[in-house]
Design a protein around this ligand. Sequence first.
Ligand code: UD1
Length: 341
Amino acid sequence: MSKILVTGGTGFIGSHTVVELQEAGYDVIIVDDLSNSKAEVVDNIEKITGKRPEFENFDLSNRADVLNFFLRHKDIDAVIHFAAFKAVGESVYKPLEYYRNNLNSLMNILESMKFAGVRNLVFSSSCTVYGQPEKLPVTESTPRLPAESPYGNTKTVNEDIIRDFCAAEKEINGLALRYFNPIGAHPSSLIGESPVGVPNNLVPYITQTAAGIRKELSIFGNDYDTPDGTPIRDYIDVVDLSKAHVVAIRRLMEGKNKSNYEFFNVGTGRGLSVLELVNAFKKSTGVDLPYKIVGRRAGDIVKIWADTTLANTELGWKAEVPIEQTLLNAWNWEKKCRGIR
Ligand code: UD1
């Protein structure tokens, strides 16, 4: 049985990936410092899968702790690295914290992997590396553009660190997944997204508004160059996204990768505007959603969606969950968290 280290495994995408890995027959050990998640996520993963993942709580930006971890766990076959700070706005005010945490964690893991002879790494990257592309949809050969925020830059720089490390260390395989906009929750309503404070991202704001916690959704601008004037994104279901990690791990472990550093877009291939998403939410849940149009949010791009041909053909992966189901899952999770029937 192969064992996978999942860093950030109690977070939103991490926890769903742990479930999919376990359901595919992998053993999992989670490392998470619970800085943005709760220990009870481990209980809920066990409720879904019937199997309790191992769990250790420490900060991966501490080099000695990471080396020590790999010394104590000689049975790890691969790593999926999610653990990172991810609030775009906060990163603008606390750049050093973002660079220190997100870059050091990755470098500590790579160094320890080499030391411990662990060969395979899947990295959680983002479509943020493309900025506002000139041509849509974006393929993997679309050039990356300078990041809009320190957070975004940590994704770009971390991709470069993996690329350069894999060029120097031929026995190590790196694979970056560039996520588009991950949304939704597990259909069991046992795990989902739990933003701390006022949500920055669209779908948690929508579900909290529908739950009556927020008065109304503010739509940031309807004067963009899109059919209805609101920005367009490629919203990917979190369970679909998690399954991409399972196939990526399998690809590396079976030696099917074409080079020792690869990267793939992970989206649906379909762009939806903010208004289209709001309407899909109302339609699938039957819940009314008060909203108002306000000014544009600084740093927002106009439109982006993925060309997923490479992931479809090389990974044999494709997004499957319809958007209505994804939004219903997100709503059911919100209701469960708030005790709404
Ligand atoms: C944001 C980050 C991106 C990060 C991703 C993680 C920015 C500029 N980008 O993507 O780097 O990888 O989150 O999930 O922050 N919207 C509203 N009202 C709201 C919230 C959002 O109208 O209350 C709109 C936004 O203007 C945007 C769309 O909804 O057009 C999606 O926003 P969001 O969910 O924050 O994701 P991104 O901005 O695409």
